[in-house]
Design a protein around this ligand. Structure first.
Ligand code: BEZ
Length: 211
């Protein structure tokens, strides 16, 4: 059985391009993004890791630590990082985990044998500071991820962790949000002093409360 939303993300110790880590210790009180890629020295992965490095400030601003993973060795990661830095115009600034015995890949269900028996697919987990899994997405090897979408989900998760709201389709930071159904309409003015619009009794919009 793979991981599901709300499960505790398994802890692990690993060798990485930045030395040995204990996953929980590495995350500390930060949010985490753990993502796997099919292999080192592959074109789509090169662009993905370059984009992740370029977004360093965006992840830091959100108190997020990022870790990549493949079944390749630390030596392979180290050589490949030079190529990523050169071709993508970045400095890879996050650890790439080596998982040659696939223990972490299996704990996180990152190997989908009907897609590939020997490589991880493009799995991505967002993990909250309490180590619960908040998002799981899986892309095929042939499709590079949209890292703006990852940041958008982190914004939504961090907002909805603190306010009784949810974010509507295609929501972006700064746009109106939905008041959760458990809040009665008569209680909205006290909780959301910026006002609200009742489109339907079950669809109430309010300005983003922390803006
Ligand atoms: C890539 O990362 O470029 C890739 C990996 C496996 C299959 C196709 C593309």
């Amino acid at each position: 059985m793979g991981l599901r939303l709300g499960d505790t993300a398994p802890n692990f110790k690993a060798k990485t391009s930045q030395g040995d880590i204990d996953f929980y210790e590495y995350l500390g009180n930060s949010w985490g993004v753990l993502f796997s890629h099919p292999g080192d020295y592959t074109p789509v992965c090169t662009t993905e890791l370059g984009r992740t490095a370029a977004l360093k400030d965006e992840f830091e601003k959100r108190n997020v630590k990022v870790l990549a993973l493949s079944v390749d060795s630390v030596e392979s990661h180290t050589g490949w990082i030079k190529d990523i830095n050169e071709t993508q115009g970045v400095e890879v600034n996050f650890p790439i985990i080596a998982d040659p015995d696939r223990k972490i890949s299996e704990a996180y269900d990152m190997i989908h044998p009907n897609a590939s028996v020997n490589a991880t697919v493009r799995s991505l987990f967002i993990i909250a500071p309490d180590k619960t899994v908040k998002l799981i997405i899986t892309y095929p090897a042939s499709t590079g991820r949209n890292f703006q979408e990852i940041l958008r989900v982190i914004d939504s998760l961090q907002l909805t962790a603190n306010y009784s709201v949810a974010t509507p389709a295609d929501w972006k930071e700064g746009e109106d949000v939905v008041v959760v159904p458990s809040i009665k309409t008569e209680d909205i003015p006290a909780k959301f002093p910026k006002g609200f619009t009742e489109v339907k009794p079950y669809l109430r919009l309010t300005p983003q409360p922390n803006k």
